[in-house]
Design a binder for this molecule. Structure first.
Ligand code: RBF
Length: 166
């Protein structure tokens, strides 16, 4: 018996991403996981027809820098973007850093999309162990790469938002 409960589910429309420009901002901490997530996101974007030349990737030191780094890319000459994806991997350590960073970054990314008035996709893994992170980036054999979901979410939200503007 195989039930799928988690995940974005089936799309109700075959979205055409060929005219979209997408910005990806990623942290550099935990780079093995980050690299796999970025790859998954880009592959999914391309599967919707997003052109490689319309995908701009930029990095920030750590996840704490994601909200501001995403705002900076969004407002840069590289844009305008139809959607942005912020990718980071937080792994719990012995101190309270994890709690403070995950909480503040989540809130700031949620707020950012309303400030920018464009979709900001939440690509932040908040894991208790390195194994959990690897198993959410398709690195562990047979595991799902959540970066793919973020690519699909960016296309869907960009198209829904653009439809409202016209
Ligand atoms: N950044 C991450 O993206 N993932 C982490 O797991 C992570 N852990 C951190 C743990 C500690 C103790 C510190 C001081 C920073 C950590 N950072 C992490 C970096 C953080 O997001 C940010 O780049 C720095 O605090 C500089 O603002």
């Amino acid at each position: 018996m195989s039930h799928q409960i988690k995940g974005v589910g089936k799309l109700d429309t075959a979205y055409d991403g060929s005219n979209l420009k997408i910005g990806i901002v990623h942290a550099r901490w935990n780079s093995t996981v980050i690299d796999a997530l970025i790859k998954g996101a880009i592959e999914k974007l391309k599967s919707f027809g997003v052109k490689e030349s319309n995908i701009v990737v930029s990095s920030v030191p750590g996840s704490y820098e994601l909200p501001f780094g995403t705002k900076v890319l969004s407002e840069s000459k590289e844009g305008p973007f139809d959607a942005l994806i912020s990718i980071g991997v937080l792994i719990k350590g012995e101190t309270m850093h994890f709690e403070y960073i995950s909480e503040s970054v989540s809130h700031a990314l949620m707020k950012l999309q309303f400030d920018l008035n464009k979709p900001v996709i939440f690509g932040l893994l908040t894991c208790l162990t390195e194994e959990q992170a690897l198993a959410r980036a398709g690195v562990v054999e047979g595991s799902h790469n959540h970066g793919e979901d973020w690519g699909a979410a960016a296309v869907e939200m960009a198209i829904k938002h653009n439809a409202n503007k016209n």
